[in-house]
Design a binder for this molecule. Structure first.
Ligand code: HEM
Length: 151
């Protein structure tokens, strides 16, 4: 159990913490300091690096979560309500990430290749909205995952 919870919580910290930094710190600073036509060339490689870690997190979170559920808690029917909520919101978060990765993020890469600043900025706006939603969900899931067993 301790190995699985350690992997689980590390993946959650990297994913949710990374979204917090991107949304709360980097996004406003880029808005102030970087000209719009340069933003795609900054965001794309930044997100490429972050998304490698998010891919690891979206694999590790369900694998470690279900290892705990089925090997230690005795299956979903024995798990607390907080684990059910975590599972449901976790799946929504993973689907949103997959959408961001395969739609606006890929199109941002293509816009950068073809020097299409307008489209690039449009894709950055789409990614921002989804990351904002996933950040909110992630903060809620972390609280429910950690505090749920005491409620
Ligand atoms: C995808 C399906 C998921 C499953 C099946 C799952 C399952 C679990 C289980 C069984 C626990 C231990 C609960 C307990 O012993 O009371 C746990 C804890 C936790 N989970 Fe998840 N989880 C999932 C997704 C997520 C996601 C997406 C996040 C965050 C982004 C997350 C964050 C946490 C946190 C912060 C804890 C508490 C760790 C601690 O304080 O010990 N989980 N999860």
């Amino acid at each position: 159990m301790s190995v699985w919870i350690a992997l689980h919580v590390l993946a959650a910290v990297v994913w949710v913490g990374g979204m917090f930094f991107a949304w709360q710190c980097m996004r406003p600073a880029v808005g102030e300091a970087v000209a719009p036509e340069q933003r795609p060339a900054l965001w794309y490689p930044t997100l490429s690096r972050f998304f490698r870690w998010v891919w690891a997190a979206v694999i590790i979170l369900p694998v470690s979560g279900y290892m705990m559920v089925f090997r230690h808690l005795g299956g979903m029917s024995q798990a607390g309500w907080h684990v059910h909520v975590m599972q449901a919101l976790g799946i929504v978060m993973i689907l949103l990430f997959l959408h961001v990765f395969f739609a606006p993020y890929r199109r941002l890469g293509r816009a950068l290749e073809s020097d299409d600043t307008q489209d690039g900025l449009h894709r950055i706006g789409q990614i921002r909205r989804f990351v904002g939603i996933n950040l909110l969900l992630g903060l809620v899931v972390v609280v429910i995952g950690a505090a749920g067993r005491y409620l």
